[in-house]
Design a protein around this ligand. Structure first.
Ligand code: ZN
Length: 343
């Protein structure tokens, strides 16, 4: 275990990557906040993704909300993690006499993994592949993700958090005004509550996932127009059942804010408002859980986040951490392949 701070939570993690589930859930409860204009569309879509849902859990009237699909949340975080693995020399790698070798030495091996990339070139042996999973790959089968999340929803109605912006493209050759294009944007300061639930991760794998969430700042439409999004971690929860859906989380915030006298159409909504209500919202949503729960917030949470930040600031420690994480993943993948007769 790399982070000493996690030693007291040891029983909530698995000591090694497991072959079969034991349902040790560690949920990262967070708020995603747009810090610039952003566009959330599915590929090729002209309009942003929205859904009509009940406003709250105790307010059944329908409102239209901006949605951020699961893939739009997780894919950028996977890319962040993989870029880090590349930066620290995990790719290229090869397996030589049952051991992992890197760099030039790896490239000399016939069967080396030069890279691992979404969606077609997944290597099936790295921490990303083993944590976030992959669809069927020839000769390798498929691997179920040990990280779950679902679509997240804005707290406020879509109509007041979006803006149509027109661009007048100046033709540089003729210096005349050319085509006018219009985009549908999400405005800055939009909050989307979310939970990412990890299942049966080792403590080090959990640190990798948490680091990816904290490092990732660009979400939305791929290409040049991605928006800056800040992830605020509200709590970490250890349990043996899943806690709540992202929609329920948004609806519970809606109820709490409206009951506190907030008008979610006319009044501003700030991070401070949400931080004030977060403890009671999470408490309410987890009060009737059919399972155990250990909630980590406040100073305890800050101690974990601080240790994750310090690890990420220290180049040498981070290099050793990623290498060890990768070696664990590879030796697990080799063992599985051997017992399944693919070794
Ligand atoms: Zn991989």
């Amino acid at each position: 275990m790399t982070l000493k701070v996690l030693e007291s939570y040891q029983k909530y993690f698995v000591p090694a990557i497991p072959r079969t589930p034991t349902n040790r859930y560690a949920s990262i409860i967070l708020l995603r906040e747009t810090k610039s204009y952003a566009i959330f569309t599915t590929e090729g879509g002209e309009e942003q993704d929205v859904e009509e849902v009940s406003a709250g859990q105790s307010h059944s009237e329908k409102i239209t909300r901006l949605v951020m699909f699961k893939r739009k949340q997780v894919a950028p975080e996977r890319r962040t993690g993989k870029a880090l693995l590349r930066q620290y020399g995990i790719f290229p790698y090869a397996i030589k006499d049952g051991k992992v070798v890197y760099g030039e030495e790896a490239l000399r091996e016939k069967d080396h993994y030069a890279d691992c990339y979404l969606p077609e070139g997944l290597c099936t042996h790295c921490p990303d592949c083993l944590i976030y999973g992959y669809a069927a790959i020839e000769g390798e089968g498929a691997r179920r993700a040990r990280l779950m999340t679902d679509t997240c929803f804005s707290i406020r109605p879509y109509q007041i958090i979006q803006k149509q912006i027109k661009f007048n493209v100046i033709d540089e050759a003729t210096h005349t005004s050319g085509t006018i294009t219009e985009y549908d944007y999400t405005t800055p300061g939009v909050f989307l509550p979310a939970v990412e639930t990890t299942v049966d991760l080792t403590a080090d794998e959990f640190v990798y996932v948490l680091g990816n969430i904290l490092r990732t700042s660009r979400y939305g439409k791929e290409g040049t127009r991605q928006g800056f999004v800040r992830n605020h971690i509200l709590a970490i929860a250890f349990s043996d059942v899943e806690l709540f859906a992202n929609l329920e989380f948004t609806q519970a915030f809606y109820d709490a804010l409206v009951e506190a006298g907030k008008n979610l159409v006319d009044d501003p909504l700030t991070l401070a408002d949400l931080l004030e209500h977060a403890p009671s919202v999470i408490q309410k949503l987890t009060a009737n859980l059919t399972g155990r729960l250990r909630l980590v917030t406040g100073d305890e949470l800050e101690a974990i986040l601080q240790d994750v930040r310090e690890l990420n600031q220290d180049e040498e420690r981070l290099r050793a951490f990623l290498k060890n994480l990768h070696e664990q993943a590879v030796s697990f993948a080799i063992k599985v392949a051997e017992t399944e007769g693919r070794g």
